[in-house]
Design a protein around this ligand. Structure first.
Ligand SMILES: [Zn+2]
Length: 197
């Protein structure tokens, strides 16, 4: 089976093998959007973004309709961010709704806000895929998220027990901003999966 990179910041990925996350410069000014032929993209407001969120959201509403933008994200909640948590929650909720309206997957960045994420997820049931990207959490949390319907995307750093616990149909792979190739990430994960419990 061909490997697919669910979330990467590498814009030179081979078209069709990855979802390339667009930088915030694109959401601050859509003139910076220069899609490569056949490349798949995601766009969303990163919770640590220091620019104009209203402007970014307005641009997101338009770019999300582009056929090569297949997912909304990475967006989410991050308690380390300098942006007020209230603002993050408001925009996350708006982005959850926007993803559903446009039938796009949601790629979620979540740091120390799991109960809030689960709460929003209950409030806005999804038909589209919701992916927690870069998942490094413990098995208890993995289990909770899987029960709630989420997909988990694992990168180079992960909890091996959580990886093993995640059913293959909910398990995705990503390079994110790593220098490792997807093949190398795959090898790391296969090694962890091969260890018997
Ligand atoms: Zn990322």
């Amino acid at each position: 089976m061909a490997l697919f990179d669910q979330h990467t910041h590498n814009r030179n990925s081979l078209p069709g093998t990855a979802i390339v996350n667009l930088p915030m410069q694109v959401l601050s000014d859509l003139q910076n959007f220069d899609p490569a032929s056949g490349q798949l993209y995601s766009a969303g407001i990163f919770p640590l973004y220091q620019g104009d969120w209203n402007q970014a959201f307005q641009n997101l509403r338009s770019i999300i309709q582009h056929p090569q933008v297949v997912a909304l994200g990475e967006c989410g909640l991050d308690k380390r961010s300098k942006i007020s948590f209230l603002q993050q929650q408001n925009f996350f909720e708006a982005q959850m709704i926007l993803a559903e309206q446009n039938e796009k997957a949601l790629i979620i960045h979540c740091v120390r806000a799991w109960s809030e994420l689960l709460q929003f997820n209950r409030l806005h049931p999804a038909e589209q895929r919701r992916v927690v990207h870069g998942f490094r959490g413990k098995p208890e949390l993995a289990h909770q998220l899987i029960e709630a319907g989420f997909y988990l995307s694992f990168g180079p750093f992960f909890n091996p027990d959580s990886l093993r616990l995640c059913p293959p149909e909910r398990r995705l792979m990503e390079t994110d901003d790593s220098k490792l190739t997807l093949m190398q990430v795959n090898t790391l994960q296969q090694d962890a999966l091969d260890i018997p419990n």
